[in-house]
Design a binder for this molecule. Structure first.
Ligand SMILES: NC(=O)c1ccc[n+]([C@@H]2O[C@H](COP(=O)([O-])OP(=O)(O)OC[C@H]3O[C@@H](n4cnc5c(N)ncnc54)[C@H](OP(=O)(O)O)[C@@H]3O)[C@@H](O)[C@H]2O)c1
Length: 331
């Protein structure tokens, strides 16, 4: 096969973009060590930003988004991979300015690809995808900073989203008391089924924004939303506890003071899944395939194909999706 299908975003005006599924040729892909037949990708918030022309994500159009891909190597000039090997590619430039996982084929540097660890396959790896990987990285960083199951409840914001859903499930499976914050009344049972002990309404986390400190309650926080919710959560950390900042769906701005840091010794941890060195990526994937393997992973997935991706992109931009959109690219 040299022709393949891809979801393509085209620039039609100063700020106008269209999306359609097109046929592409393998020869159009950029140079790289690995040609991969993509079996699954997944929908991340960043893919939606790429699809609406956000220049912080993608500068060159036409473009095929998709920051995640898992599939089978068909050509390799690297001694790290042979044809037939299964591989995971997340982050680096995939789907940003390099044609991404919303195409049935990608060509990438070997330095972007992780061999599929025993315990995962292309489907389960992409249900996790960047969002699930980021949730695991956040939990790993929080534990390295001292978070423990007996150190108090752990808050997850944007809990029904991709990062949030996996964070809730992972923390619960590790024995943490998870408090899941959401804006979706209808998703209470979903969050309880994932393992949340308590579900909090998003608006309640906005209270007390003018105060220097709030009642210390969280033993740790996985934040995916940013803005005033992030810093209110910092103000409510227990002494010495940490918040892992993953995202910005509410706002990239943080209304911060130094008080929680100098009065409670709390930590603000930055989480980056994109440029994390490949060896560290492989470590986290091995954890997700082994000791941190989630048995309820399928419950967070909803199925997508290239043909209904555009509708799902609009929904994720509206903060309206629940769980992880798994994109099936198998012909
Ligand atoms: N640092 C990294 O390496 C990294 C990796 C992956 C993702 N991210 C970032 O993490 C964030 C979440 O990504 P995702 O893929 O999980 O996105 P997602 O699936 O769209 O989830 C985001 C969730 O946030 C909540 N939300 C939406 N709009 C909100 C608003 N205005 N205020 C407060 N909460 C809101 C919603 O959940 P509820 O209705 O349940 O509240 C929504 O489902 C994004 O900003 C993404 O770019 C960063």
């Amino acid at each position: 096969m040299t022709a393949f299908r891809a979801f393509r975003v085209e620039k039609t005006g100063e700020r106008e973009f269209t999306r359609r599924v097109v046929e592409r040729d393998t020869a159009d892909l950029p140079a790289g060590d690995l040609l991969i037949d993509v079996e699954y990708s997944s929908l991340n918030y960043k893919d939606a930003l790429s699809a609406i022309g956000n220049p912080g994500v993608t500068r060159r159009y036409p473009h095929t988004p998709g920051i995640d891909a898992a599939g089978t190597v068909v050509e390799s000039s690297s001694n790290q991979f042979a044809p037939g090997d299964a591989a995971i590619v997340i982050g680096f430039d995939l789907g940003m300015n390099t044609p991404g996982g919303f195409g049935q084929r990608i060509r990438v540097p070997a330095g972007w690809a992780v061999p599929m660890p025993d315990g995962l396959d292309t489907r389960s790896a992409m249900i996790l995808g960047t969002a699930g990987f980021t949730a695991a990285l956040a939990v790993e960083r929080l534990e390295a900073a001292g978070m423990q199951p007996d150190g108090g409840p752990v808050l997850v914001t944007g809990a029904t989203g991709g990062v949030g859903s996996v964070a809730v499930a992972l923390l619960a499976s590790l024995g943490y008391e998870v408090h899941a914050a959401t804006g979706k009344v209808s998703s209470f049972q979903y969050l309880v089924d994932l393992g949340a002990r308590d579900v909090i309404w998003r608006q309640d986390l906005m209270k007390g924004t003018r105060r220097a400190l709030l009642k210390a309650q969280w033993g740790g926080v996985v934040d995916t939303v940013g803005g005033p919710i992030l810093f209110n959560a910092v103000k409510a950390l227990r002494y010495g506890a940490s918040l892992a900042a993953c995202g910005l769906v509410a706002s990239p701005d943080i209304p911060a003071t130094v008080f929680p840091f100098i009065l409670r010794g709390v930590n603000l941890l930055g989480i980056d899944s994109v440029e994390l060195p490949l060896m560290r990526k492989a470590d986290v994937w091995r954890k997700l395939a082994g000791p941190w393997k989630l048995d309820r992973l399928e419950t967070v997935a909803f199925p997508l194909t290239l043909d209904n991706l555009s509708v799902a992109i609009d929904r994720i931009l509206a903060g309206d999706t629940v769980g992880r959109g798994l994109v099936d690219l198998r012909a």
